[in-house]
Design a binder for this molecule. Structure first.
Ligand code: NAD
Length: 339
């Protein structure tokens, strides 16, 4: 079988591609996508890194390209059995400075992906989305039926793409499902994001900026669990359905900061409070009973173990992140980042 992965050189997309190439996912019905030929299309923005994928592999084809390029997307979609769509501008803080690229890639680009999949008669599409489309929830948790109420331009652009994707199911009969996952962590995450920002700064004895009083709460899921969930939705999910992918591990940013101080062996004074992010969502929490009951999915990586392994990975792979961290520091003058 053939599968097209957009944004496959990014954090989550590259984990998914390596999972496919190594046949790491549980066997799907009929052995679907075992030994699949994988085409990755990625623009290699600041967030994409070709080195996140094997340099060469008999089942991998890498194409540097923009999902907004309709002709390219049509050409790449022909003959594919499935498309898994990760490509996006993904950092909330950047969307607060300028939303142009977010609207372009996340909304217009997703539309191109859908149009190409339709025209090429691709059999199955998974659109990878986020819990941030639901907004912020003070208590309880969101089911998939919860109204969309995004607050940041990033979340709004993802919500728009979700609605266009669902419209293509209803209008054109596209066989597509959506995943909405909570915050991911793990190796190969760009050091602008909360956990790698803290890990890379604390490991090198530099201050790590914490937004506000650190009381904002998120659920955390290891990237390998997210990828298994996406594969389950790809192979067993129902068309037109949304699947929440929760982590079950809720922590305040302050708690995460304390854990990272401990794991990095850093002095507490290195966590420096900075002005809060604009319209900072207080809490995200997903009800993920649907994917557990319907697709038999559950997360496998305990948070404490996953976080310790992640810090160890950043400790051992400074060559991967040093240049990215330097570029990050040059670009983001106040250095603040949050989940
Ligand atoms: P990332 O920023 O690490 O990777 C995004 C990838 O998309 C990069 O490789 C980038 O080069 C590529 N890309 C960007 N614009 C492109 C374009 N126009 N054409 C082709 N490629 C382009 O993001 P990530 O954290 O891996 O997230 C992947 C997906 O998962 C996104 O859709 C995101 O909304 C979603 N998601 C992320 C999280 C999280 O915690 N990171 C949680 C839930 C959902």
């Amino acid at each position: 079988m053939d599968i097209l992965v957009t944004g496959g050189a990014g954090f989550i997309g590259s984990h998914f591609v390596r999972g496919l190439l190594n046949n790491e996912f549980p066997l799907a019905p009929g052995g679907a996508f075992t030994d699949a030929a994988v085409t990755v299309v990625d623009k290699l923005t600041y967030a994409g890194n070709r080195a996140n994928l094997p340099e060469s592999h008999p089942r991998l084809r890498f194409v540097r390209g923009d999902i907004c390029d309709r002709e390219l997307m049509l050409e790449l979609s022909r003959g594919q059995d499935a498309v898994v769509h990760f490509a996006a501008e993904s950092h909330v803080d950047r969307s607060l400075v300028s939303a142009d690229d977010f609207v372009q890639t996340n909304v217009v680009g997703t539309h191109c992906v859908l149009e190409a999949a339709m025209a090429a008669r691709v059999g199955r599409v998974v659109h990878v989305s986020t819990d941030e489309v639901y907004g912020s929830i003070a208590e309880g948790s969101w089911t998939e039926e919860w109204p969309l109420s995004p607050n940041s331009p990033y979340a709004a652009s993802k919500a728009a793409s979700d609605l266009i994707a669902l419209a293509y199911v209803r209008t054109h009969g596209l066989d597509l499902s959506i995943t909405r996952c909570t915050n991911n962590y793990g190796p190969y995450q760009h050091p602008e994001k909360f956990i790698p920002l803290f890990a890379t700064n604390l490991l090198t004895g530099r201050p790590a900026p914490l937004y506000g009083d650190g009381s904002n709460r998120r659920e955390w899921l290891h990237v390998s669990d997210h990828c298994r969930a996406i594969f389950a939705v790809l192979t067993k999910g129902r068309a037109g359905h949304v699947y929440n992918v929760g982590g079950g591990t809720e922590r305040s940013n302050r708690q995460i900061a304390d854990e990272l101080l401990r794991l990095c062996g850093a002095r507490p004074e290195l966590v420096a409070r900075v002005a809060d992010r604009k319209a900072h969502d207080l809490r995200y929490a997903l009800d993920d009973s649907k994917i557990r009951a319907e697709l038999g999915y559950q997360p496998l990586v305990p948070f404490e173990q996953g976080l310790a392994d992640t810090v160890a990975w950043y400790r051992e792979n400074a060559a991967w992140w040093r240049a990215l961290a330097a570029a990050r520091d040059a670009q983001i003058s106040d250095g603040a980042a949050a989940a």
